[in-house]
Design a protein around this ligand. Structure first.
Ligand code: FAD
Ligand code: DHB
Length: 393
């Protein structure tokens, strides 16, 4: 083993959570080292989320990593709910004035954060093997690839399949989980978006989502059965199914193009409570997963990291552990709100094979209510653009 390195916060994972935490801590004068299993190229190319809440945008801009986001991000003031042969706009500018979302790829956020961290001289280790955490009670350290990193705290930002959460001794964490009988097949295509805003489409054939990344690149998702094999979906079948689910209103034609990326993501709801054990703090997908229908996962990771940054800042300023002690409770309030919203959006828009005719009528009735009542639409809108951050005690 090489001689140990030392930092204040050892961060596992260079996804949005780990990178943003390292960046925000740096701005507060707190040192960190990031350990990432994958290559830089891999994490910068991993296509995932695209919807940034107002608060996420503000967090990135205020911390100095929002320049490209402000230039290239697409600000949206509404979304469309499409069902029953008609489109219905949920108008943020009317329902939640002054709040909007920005469409900007997660991997662009990741690229911006990596660039900022490296420009500031950060220590990010990519392609590290065998990461393990030790001695969480008093003098924590992380081992990886024959090396050792001593630290005051460990931030487990290593996503749902990481090593941090499973390192917590049995019985400490309670988990809450729901799996859905379907997955999302997502594609990126070289074609101009066929609509200016996102379209969430509920059809008898299953859910479809029309999104975008730029004036030249579109992003689409299709509900497919859980465990579906990507090989079953040649490009022609994907376009045919997208057309069948999206060309359901008069005058709408879906433009097609070259598919440049394809993937399948299972849908899951998951919460680990508490999000802390001794000197290990879990943030982002390491602690919770939502189905992507509400576009909340990345935004929750940002919310966690904001609280953790403030708690660590106070600790290093005067030794106070009060906010560190409250970290989990504060985060979980927002997490559970987003859990409900994401489950609700998923239930509202997907086709459940198990549903009987009664269940299908309830779904339509709820969609009718959300699109007819400003009160119901406001509930959707204020959750979608993101509720205000908790005022910290
Ligand atoms: P991750 O991004 O998963 O990062 C964890 C990092 O840890 C990874 O880089 C991983 O390689 C690394 N790691 C894992 N194990 C180890 C280990 N043992 N050692 C070292 N490193 C390790 N969210 C939204 O807010 N809006 C959306 O529109 C949206 N759409 C989505 C669409 C899809 C198809 C998917 C899949 C997700 C979507 N999400 C969305 C969710 C969002 O992508 C995640 O919530 C987000 O990536 C969480 O960030 P994270 O940093 O917590 O975890
Ligand atoms: C995108 C992803 C989502 O999960 C969502 O709800 C909306 C848009 C996207 O990748 O563009």
């Amino acid at each position: 083993m090489l001689s140990p390195m030392r930092t204040q916060v050892g961060i596992i994972g260079a996804g949005p959570a780990g990178l943003l935490l390292s960046h925000l801590l740096h701005l507060r004068g707190i040192s960190s080292v990031i350990l990432e299993r994958r290559s830089r190229d891999y994490v910068e190319r991993r296509v995932r989320a695209g919807v940034l809440e107002q608060g996420t945008v503000d967090t990135l801009v205020e911390s100095g990593v929002g320049e490209r986001l402000l230039r290239e991000g697409l600000v949206h003031e509404g979304i469309e709910l499409r069902y029953g042969g008609a489109g219905h706009r949920v108008a943020f500018e009317k329902l939640v004035p002054g709040r909007s979302i920005t469409v900007y790829g997660q991997q662009e956020v990741v690229k911006d954060l990596i660039a900022a961290r490296l420009a500031a001289g950060a220590d990010i280790r990519f392609e590290v093997d065998d990461v393990a955490v030790h001695s969480l009670e008093d003098a924590p350290y992380i081992t990886f690839g024959g090396e050792r990193l001593d630290c005051d705290f460990i931030a487990g930002c290593d996503g749902f399949h990481g090593v941090s959460r499973p390192s917590v001794p049995e019985g400490v964490i309670t988990t809450y989980e729901r799996e859905y009988p379907f997955a999302w097949l997502g594609i990126l295509a070289r074609v101009a978006p066929s609509a200016e805003e996102l379209i969430y489409a509920q059809t008898g054939r299953g859910f479809a989502l029309h999104s975008m990344r730029s004036p030249e690149i579109s992003r689409f998702y299709l509900q497919v059965p859980a465990g579906e094999d990507l090989d079953e979906w040649p490009d022609e079948r994907i376009w045919a199914e997208l057309k069948a689910r999206l060309e359901t209103v008069p005058g709408f034609a879906l433009a097609t193009g070259e598919i440049i990326e394809k993937g399948i993501t299972p849908l899951r709801s998951f919460v680990a409570e508490p999000m802390r054990h001794e000197r290990l703090f879990l943030a982002g997908d390491a602690a919770h997963i939502v189905p992507p229908t509400g576009a909340k996962g990345l935004n929750l990771a940002v919310a966690d990291v904001r609280v953790l940054t403030e708690a660590l800042t106070r600790f290093y300023a005067d030794g106070s552990t009060a906010l560190l002690d409250d970290y989990s409770d504060i985060c979980l309030k927002r997490v559970w709100r987003a859990q409900h919203f994401s489950w609700w959006m998923t239930t509202l828009l997907h086709t459940f094979d198990s549903d009987d005719a009664y269940g299908r009528r309830l779904q339509t009735s709820y969609l009718d209510y959300v699109t007819a009542s400003d009160a119901a639409a406001t509930t959707l809108a204020e959750n979608y653009v993101g509720l205000p951050y908790e005022v910290l005690p």
